[in-house]
Design a protein around this ligand. Structure first.
Ligand code: FAD
Length: 391
C-alpha cells in the first residue's frame, strides 16, 4: 500500500481525482471519497433546463459505476472540519485520518455582501441556480409561472466567478423559452462587469439575430440593494422591478476552505503549487477546482484537468518520486444559443516555470459563428466528460 488519500467532494474535480488516483496508483492507493449528495448533478447543460430542452433528470447521473469500476471507498456525508496538524478530517459521524487530502468542494456564495439574501426563504424566492439541482428546477418553475409581458432579471457578479460564459448562455436559454412561450416578456441583464466577459461578439450576435428586442444588457451595473418582497434590485444607475429575479451572488472557495484557512487569497481563493495542487498554507492538503486561485476560467473542464495533474503528482509523491515539472492542459467551454446552435472558446494552458503559473499558450480559438455542428459537438463534449468523470 502506498497510503490513504481522502477526497472531499465528488463534483467534477473530486470524482475525477478519485478515479485517476485509483488507476495511476495501480490500486495501491486507498481512496476514500466523502460526498453528501446521493447523485451527481451537472452544472454544464443545466441552462438547457431553463430553455425547456432538458429536464433535471437528464443532468442527474449516478455515482455507482465510478465506485464499482475503481474500488473507491465512499462515505455519504459532509466534512465538518479539517485538522491539518493531526492530518484528520471530522465528519458528522466520526473522524478519519489521511496521508494526503484533496479538497474539491467547489464554491460557496458571499451572502455577507448581499444581506437581504442571507436566509433560506429569500434564496428560495430569488434563486441563484448556480449549483445545479433543486435551485435549477425552482428557477424554471418561476419562469414557467411568469406572466407574458413580464420581466426576468439576471444579475452577474464581478469576476472571478464560476463559468465566465454561463450567465450569458443562461440569458440565451431564458430568452429562447420566452420567445416560444411568452414573447411579450423581457430579459434584463445587470452585469457588474464593464462588458460581457466571454465570447462577447458571439453573444452580441446571438442576442441581435435570435432575440431582437428581447434581451437588454446593462454593463457596470453592480447590485447595491435587493428588495426581496417585490423582487426589486437597485444599481448605481437604475431600479429594476422584476417578475422573476435570478441573482448570481459573488462567490469564493467553499466554507470548508475558508474555515480551515486554506483560502489565503483575500480570504476568498486558495493558493496552490500548480505542479501538484498542494496548498501553499498546509502541506499534504491539495485543492482542485473552482476554489483555486488560478487566474484561469472556473470550469468543469479545468477542474477535471487539475484533478488529473493532482492525481498524477500524488501517485508519484506517494512513491517518493518527483511529479511532472511542467503540466499542460486545455479548456473548452461551449455555450448553447438556442435549441439548434452553439459556439465555443478553447484555450491551451502550460505551466510557466519562471512565473510559476499556468499561462495561455499557442493553440485554441473561438467559433466564427454559432452553428448546428457545434450544438452536436457540445452534446458530445458533455457525454464525454460525464463518461470520463463517472465511469
Ligand atoms: P463542484 O462540481 O461544484 O463539486 C463540489 C462538490 O463538493 C459537490 O458535489 C459538493 O456536494 C461537495 N462538497 C461541498 N462541500 C463539502 C463538504 N464540506 N464535505 C463533502 N463534500 C462537499 N463548466 C464547463 O467546463 N463547461 C460548461 O459548459 C459549464 N457550464 C456551466 C453552466 C452553469 C449554469 C454553471 C453554474 C457552471 C457551469 N460550468 C461549466 C462550471 C462548472 O460547473 C464548475 O466549474 C465545476 O462544477 C467545478 O467543479 P468543482 O469540482 O470545483 O466543484
Amino acid at each position: 500500500k502506498l497510503g490513504r488519500v481522502i477526497v472531499i467532494g465528488a463534483g467534477y474535480g473530486g470524482a475525477t481525482a478519485a478515479k485517476y488516483l485509483r488507476m495511476w496508483g495501480h490500486g495501491k492507493i486507498e481512496v476514500i471519497v466523502i460526498e453528501p449528495n446521493a447523485d451527481f448533478v451537472s452544472c454544464p447543460v443545466s441552462n438547457l433546463v431553463l430553455g425547456g430542452e432538458k429536464t433535471l433528470s437528464d443532468i442527474t447521473l449516478p455515482y455507482d459505476l465510478l465506485k464499482q469500476n475503481h474500488g473507491i471507498k465512499w462515505i455519504k456525508d459532509k466534512v465538518i472540519a479539517i485538522d491539518p496538524d493531526k492530518s484528520e478530517i471530522r465528519l458528522s459521524k466520526g473522524k478519519l485520518s489521511y496521508d494526503k487530502l484533496i479538497v474539491a468542494t467547489g464554491i460557496d456564495f458571499m451572502y455577507d455582501r448581499l444581506p437581504a439574501l442571507n436566509n433560506l426563504a429569500a434564496q428560495q424566492k430569488i434563486p441563484h441556480a448556480w449549483k445545479a439541482g433543486p435551485q435549477t428546477q425552482n428557477l424554471f418553475d418561476q419562469l414557467r409561472a411568469m406572466p407574458d409581458g413580464g420581466v426576468f432579471a439576471l444579475t452577474i457578479p464581478a469576476q472571478p466567478y464560476r463559468c465566465p460564459p454561463g450567465p450569458y448562455e443562461r440569458a440565451c436559454q431564458v430568452a429562447f423559452y420566452l420567445k416560444n412561450h411568452k414573447p411579450k416578456s423581457k430579459v434584463l441583464i445587470l452585469d457588474a462587469n464593464p462588458a460581457i466577459t466571454s465570447k462577447r461578439p458571439l453573444f452580441e450576435r446571438v442576442w441581435a439575430d435570435l432575440y431582437p428586442g428581447l434581451i437588454e444588457y446593462f454593463p457596470s451595473s453592480s447590485l447595491k440593494e435587493i428588495d426581496v418582497s417585490t423582487r426589486t434590485v437597485k444599481t448605481d444607475f437604475d431600479t429594476v422591478k422584476s417578475d422573476v429575479l435570478n441573482v448570481i451572488p459573488p462567490q469564493r472557495a467553499s466554507d470548508l476552505c475558508v474555515n480551515t484557512g486554506l483560502a489565503n487569497v483575500d480570504k476568498r481563493w486558495c493558493e496552490v503549487d500548480f505542479r501538484t495542487y498542494e496548498s501553499k498554507v498546509f502541506p499534504n492538503i491539495h485543492i482542485i477546482g473552482d476554489g483555486v486561485d488560478s487566474g484561469l476560467p472556473k470550469s468543469a473542464h479545468i477542474a477535471t484537468s487539475q484533478a488529473k495533474v493532482c492525481a498524477n503528482a500524488l501517485a508519484f509523491m506517494l512513491s517518493d518520486e518527483a511529479p511532472d515539472p511542467s503540466p499542460v492542459f486545455g479548456n473548452t467551454c461551449y455555450s448553447y444559443a438556442d435549441n439548434k446552435t452553439a459556439m465555443h472558446v478553447t484555450t491551451v494552458y502550460r505551466y510557466d516555470a519562471a512565473e510559476k503559473i499556468m499561462k495561455a499558450a499557442p493553440g485554441g480559438g473561438t467559433s466564427a459563428h454559432p452553428s448546428a455542428q457545434e450544438y452536436t459537438d457540445a452534446q458530445y463534449w458533455a457525454l464525454n466528460i460525464w463518461a470520463d468523470v463517472l465511469t
